[in-house]
Write a protein that binds this ligand. Structure first.
Ligand code: C6P
Length: 425
């Protein structure tokens, strides 16, 4: 696939030509694998996505032709590796709405991005009596750091509740986000319910009270156009591995003046300006937050993932997923008693669809589907408080992406019908 050198996605159009899923499938070598003598039907992209040939090749190409440490050497390879690494930063800056590349910090993933903010910004800005606002649908990555920090600082952790339909209930938001609020940290898209949250509105309400806004984009960035400036997020975090890119790479976007005000997270090489035995000064952002040798090869290969997504177009990807989510919800609803979590309207949600069977445990569902070559996730999805609110110990979750089509959904439904016969349900 050719490389798109534009820094920004093409402007959204109202009508797009549909994605050619057969062609897309052909780009993903793993989809040719047989699992338990069946064609692999991969419905676990919310956990991690599969990788197209171009991304796999980009990793090996890096080691074959560019490998050197970055920002250190002044030889040919060092400069080549540095340029490739910094190109990804520029591409990320374009991908999230055309921000300044110095506002893009590479991390190991969403989890590390949130921890970085907790250990630096929050450690210095949240004090006794302050309040941190999250939602009831947070992944543990955007929950555990705040539970621990709130206890340490004697701050209060407040939460925006969810409605029975799986939306955020903003009816009492003025009582939740108040002048005591220092941080509002919300997921853009729930990994369990699929809900897309009104992060622009939440950011506006938070800023009115002087609070800082962190958006967990782990599930949104792979599936829809993200414009961090339009939503006015102070921080936006996501992971490469959920959006066709390699594991071990994440992005922390932060407004420059906030990043500049923060102390560093890890200390060591490259994040310093000058070191003496009694005094150290920090490098400029984003390098202040990238101590040590980063995951260069995988950051470089992440550029190929962004190219692939941008070539398809994030708006077309979203349209494909709305149509496929609609189809999946309709077909799952044919199975009597099957309970689907989250909003039923595909326009208001993503393609991570959690469901439960009245008599068959989610782990048994997943195990049975696996015998038919179908990969889904079962469990609490790292969202135990949400599971308690839903009254479930676990759910089964099928999650859709660009390489899924109606045939994959049909395979899921047929296997679920077969499973019910097998269990005598
Ligand atoms: N959710 C899932 O199966 P990392 O692991 O750091 O790349 O991403 C963490 C994370 C943060 N926020 C949300 C909303 C997420 O969905 C995830 C990862 C995966 O749902 C693995 S637990």
């Amino acid at each position: 696939m050719p490389t798109n050198t534009n820094n920004r996605s093409p402007k959204a159009e109202t009508v797009h030509s549909p994605l050619d899923i057969d062609r897309i499938k052909a780009d993903f070598p793993i989809l040719k694998e047989k699992v338990n003598n069946h064609r692999l039907v991969y419905l676990d992209s919310a956990a991690t996505s599969q990788k197209p040939e171009t991304v796999i090749n980009a990793v090996t190409d890096y080691y074959r032709r560019k490998n050197a440490n970055i920002h250190r050497g002044i030889h040919y390879l060092a400069e080549k590796a540095t340029a490739a690494y910094e190109l990804t930063r520029e591409r990320v800056a374009g991908f999230i709405g055309g921000v300044d590349p110095s506002e893009v910090v590479f991390t190991r993933g969403t989890t590390e991005g949130i921890n970085l903010i907790a250990y630096t910004w929050a450690e210095h800005n949240i004090n006794e009596g302050d309040e941190i606002v999250i939602t009831e649908m947070e992944h543990h990555a955007n929950l555990v750091p705040w539970v621990v920090l709130a206890q340490k600082k004697k701050a209060a952790l407040r939460r925006i509740p969810i409605t029975i339909c799986g939306h955020l209930d903003l009816s009492h938001i003025d009582d939740i986000i108040t002048s005591k609020t220092k941080l509002v940290s919300v997921t853009h898209m729930s990994n369990v319910l699929g809900t897309i949250n009104p992060v622009e509105e939440i950011a506006r309400l938070a800023h009115r009270q002087g609070a800082v806004v962190l958006v967990d984009g782990a599930q949104a960035a792979p599936h829809m156009t993200v414009d961090v400036k339009a939503m006015d997020a102070d921080f936006y975090v996501f992971s490469s591995h959920k959006m066709l890119g390699p594991t071990g790479v994440g992005v922390l976007y932060g407004k420059k003046h906030i990043l500049e005000s923060m102390p560093p997270f890890n200390m060591g090489g490259e994040m310093i300006r000058e070191v003496r035995f009694d005094r150290v000064t920090w490098n400029e952002v984003p390098h202040k937050f990238e101590a040590g040798t980063p995951d260069i090869a995988n950051v470089v290969a992440f550029e190929a993932a962004l190219s692939y997504l941008e070539l398809l177009g994030m708006d077309r990807i979203r349209e494909h997923e709305i149509a496929l989510t609609r189809y999946a919800i309709e077909r799952l609803s044919e199975l009597e008693g099957l309970e689907i979590q989250g909003p039923q309207e595909p326009e208001l949600r993503g393609g991570a669809i959690s469901f439960t069977d009245p008599t068959i445990h989610p782990h048994d569902i997943s195990t049975f589907l696996d015998t038919r070559g179908i990969a889904i996730r079962a469990g609490h999805h790292c969202a135990q408080p949400l599971m308690r609110i839903l009254g479930k110990v676990a759910t089964a979750r099928a999650s859709l992406y660009i390489y899924n089509d109606e045939a994959d959904v049909d395979a899921l439904i047929e296997a679920l019908i077969e499973m019910r016969r097998y269990f005598g349900a």
